[in-house]
Design a protein around this ligand. Structure first.
Ligand code: ADP
Ligand code: MG
Length: 157
């Protein structure tokens, strides 16, 4: 059994409904959700000419392998209507594996801890709700969060 942290984001359609649906589908496919953050409205990152995002982080436990979890996540994204278009473009749902236990992986198509999480306020803000003292890449989440600009991020639920 592995403890995992997952990041969710959406900015098309009904983002909150999409994230709720993703959590339910993951639970049905072998990821027991043990904690979830508030929802946050966050400015789009990377490509700014698109709607704000809604973000949430969740903790879970699973017997799935890292690859198995990635497969499940991608099938849930597809089931919810995710189309892979431009990088960092608008999406109905994005689910990222932030951490998988204390393991580090760097393989084609799978890097854990997620390489950008320590610099992304839209991940760190919700992660602070559920794992402030979790050490990722050598520092606590709260210390990473203190180093990013969380301006423009609003808790919405
Ligand atoms: P992004 O999340 O960076 O905006 P995508 O969701 O389109 O982009 O993901 C692109 C690829 O990232 C996926 O095909 C997946 O193989 C890869 N990837 C690498 N590491 C991870 C991870 N930790 N969690 C989720 N996807 C990952
Ligand atoms: Mg992704």
């Amino acid at each position: 059994m592995a403890e995992v942290l997952l990041g969710f984001g959406a900015n098309l359609g009904d983002p909150i409904a999409a994230i709720e649906a993703a959590l339910r589908r993951l639970a049905a496919e072998g990821v027991r959700i043990t904690a979830r953050s508030h929802f946050y409205r966050t400015p789009a990152w990377g490509k700014a000419d698109q709607p704000d995002f809604v973000n949430l982080c969740a903790a879970g436990s699973t017997t799935l392998s890292p690859r198995g979890l990635l497969d499940v996540i991608q099938s849930v994204e597809a089931a919810l209507g995710r189309e892979r278009r431009e990088r960092w473009g608008p999406r109905v749902i994005d689910i990222d594996i932030l951490t998988y236990g204390d393991h580090a992986f760097d393989e084609p198509g799978l890097t854990i801890p997620h390489p950008h999480l320590t610099e992304r306020a839209f991940v760190l803000a919700p992660l602070l709700d559920i794992a402030p003292d979790r050490v990722i890449a050598g520092r606590r989440v709260r210390d990473w969060a203190a180093g990013v600009d969380r301006g423009g991020i609003e808790r919405i639920g």
